[in-house]
Design a protein around this ligand. Sequence first.
Ligand code: GLU
Length: 514
Amino acid sequence: MNQKPVRVRFAPSPTGGLHLGGVRTVLFNYLFAKHHNGTFVLRIEDTDQTRYVPGAEEYIVNCLEWCGLAPDESPQKGGNYGPYRQSERKPMYRQYAEQLVAQGNAYYAFDTPQELEQMREDFKSPENPSPQYGHAVRMKMRNSISLGAAETEKLLAEGVPHVIRIKMPEDTSISFTDMIRGEVSFSSNTVDDKVLLKADGMPTYHLAVVVDDYLMKISHAFRGEEWLPSAPVHLLLWEYLGWKADMPQWAHLPLILKPDGNGKLSKRDGDRLGFPVYAMNWTDPKTGDLTQGFRERGFLPEAFVNMLAMIGWNDGSGQEIFSLTELVEKFDIGRVHKGGAKFDFEKAKWFNHQYIQQKSNDELAALLQPVLLAKNIAADAAYVAKVCALVKERCAFVNEIWDNGFFFFEAPASPDFSPVLPKWNDEKHGFFGKWIEILRGSSSWDAATLEADFKELAANSAIKPGELQLPFRIMLVGGKFGPAVFDIAATIGKEQTIARIESSLLLIKNAIAS
Ligand code: GLU
């Protein structure tokens, strides 16, 4: 470990919704920073104006906020190394690109889009279907290396549009030590002469990421595995700019894979298989398409974060439920697996279920209130908490508290008596008539008394209580579901219980008559 103060960054491009893989990158950055008393920076990499999507930055910031992983420095919060949006840092980059040209590590390239297209056509071969701009074709293109100093001066003086490209060396092995993968090497021949500075003076990602990691004194850079192929370019830039000693230690995080088949989990897989992939709801401003997020699907942020931590990491003990504080304490980037992990939505639900069970009934009641409000149901907090206590065990999501307990708030709209109609008779009808009388007169309204009275009446009527409990349940909730029936009656109260039995007896009578 180098001894510099720990400073890490999450550097998203504001191009759309935040994928759960992105949130995991945030999380690992955050955990590492907090574990080492360091600083977590959010830097917005918006140099590619063609991919910029309005609203995406604000959305990312809100996602981090929701997850409880807020950065210490960011465009919103500021800090000593701002600005934190690359577009606002535009004037800073050119000098470094020019330095590289002056040193002979980069060059001006004047090729037009048509010329680049032509090159791809001309050099295409079965072995090389998409030829790249590199040492093999460099001398055949229009750049400061092929044209020479005088012609280059002339074109620059005329203001001919140009980019600056890195001059990749030939036959050179480029390697570094990744904190997860260990020694990683590349051949320079596999990498093209990437553009560093675009014609409009905006840096590309490759230049900007190196300059900013340097200027922002980033000590460790964690990012998705998809960036590994770019690492050799970045390594050379660190070296050519004379900053090698300050290069952050890198860790390339394994991908989160599709549950079925191969490859990275995509939003499309989520749509196809019916689960969210983005942290929060995202509406594409161009198409208006809404993609559901984990938050809106009903995930608690603590559960979402815990679940993400366990994709590709564990502390070796078999423990799966960790609070954020515990994760900060235990997290070790070296223990992150190299291989990608398949995403398992059932497991994600398991985590949420665990966290729902951990919540107090009052906390759950507070979470359920907005759901009730949306249905125009006003219920006092103590009552809602009682309902939560009865149904939470069956619930992986707050919304499921409603699904499993709606009948605590409203009478079932159309109870399904079909399971009991075939065996219905006058004795049973008579039983429920007497049951109503007993309920009217009862002075203590609790589940145990109700159950005892119910069973006593059943015995006196010579009907097995089992034959009567199902109809009673359907009367109260509308079907064959719900927690213990006497708990339900005790909770909804005398008036509702009696009203539901009465209306049910009518419904049953009509059903039998028709
Ligand atoms: N801007 C890159 C992205 O959108 C960041 C890659 C990196 O962290 O170096 O993922």
